[in-house]
Design a protein around this ligand. Structure first.
Ligand SMILES: [Zn+2]
Length: 70
């Protein structure tokens, strides 16, 4: 009903986006938070550093992937 009822994964994203985008944003954030393994050393400390760039904090392995998924 009200905008304040949408919390959780929607946090950090203002009301300037439409509901469709916000829905997608929540799904993407869930996708980003998933644990991924570094293809180089197998460490789980492998995460997205910026849009399209994925890096491992253990072996500094860097890879160009999709903006929200690898
Ligand atoms: Zn690694």
């Amino acid at each position: 009903m009200s905008k304040s009822s949408e919390q959780g994964s929607m946090k950090g994203l203002g009301a300037k986006y439409g509901s469709t985008v916000r829905k997608r944003y929540g799904r993407i954030m869930g996708n980003l938070k998933k644990t991924r393994r570094c293809p180089s050393c197998g460490s789980t400390r492998f995460r997205r550093t910026s849009a399209g760039i994925w890096a491992c904090s253990t072996c500094q392995f860097k890879i160009a992937g999709e903006a929200y998924s690898i």
